[in-house]
Design a protein around this ligand. Structure first.
Ligand code: THU
Length: 157
């Protein structure tokens, strides 16, 4: 896990954060008023984005990270190497980075194994004045995934 300045990021990491920043404005968030954007980098170079979608039955809410993954899956894409996450409140900027929730870590772990990679997770405050880069193994140590069930993921990649 490391802290990095925006200017020191690779071009592709900057692009992912910029795409996540744009898509967070599409959040459907009448209950929390919290905006989250996620941008995945696929193996083929495509960037697939998602934002949080809330529900009157609060538990039915889908976070930005999972929205992006499910969207990618529906496009036939399951092979990722990086994901960027950014968030803001309706009337405030975040002053610490927003990290994926437990459910999203689990789903990211699944597709990290499908991708055969220790997915990189780039998290930024609203103004991108704090940026943290971690791997899914760091955020979900000793995670449970398809490999534990003896599943051969190659055909799902
Ligand atoms: N949320 C995300 O979309 N991703 C996260 O990493 C944290 C939480 C959303 C879910 C809900 O719509 C709102 O933020 C407040 O929890």
């Amino acid at each position: 896990m490391k802290k990095v300045k925006y200017e020191k990021l690779e071009d592709v990491q900057q692009r992912l954060l910029n795409e996540a920043e744009k898509v967070m404005n599409t959040a459907y968030n009448p209950y929390s008023n919290f905006y989250v954007g996620a941008a995945l980098l696929a193996q083929n170079g495509m960037i697939i984005t998602g934002s949080n979608v809330e529900n009157a039955a609060y538990g039915s809410t889908v976070c930005a990270e999972r929205a992006a993954i499910f969207r990618a899956n529906a496009m036939g894409i399951r092979n990722f190497s990086k994901v960027a996450i950014i968030a803001k409140g309706k009337n405030f900027d975040t002053d610490k980075v927003t990290a994926p929730c437990g459910n999203c870590r689990q789903v990211l772990y699944e597709f990290a194994q499908v991708s055969g990679r220790n997915l990189e997770i780039i998290m930024a405050t609203t103004k991108m004045d704090k940026i943290v880069i971690a791997t899914i193994e760091e955020l979900l140590p000793l995670g449970f995934g398809p490999k534990d069930l003896g599943i051969d993921m190659k055909k799902y990649k």
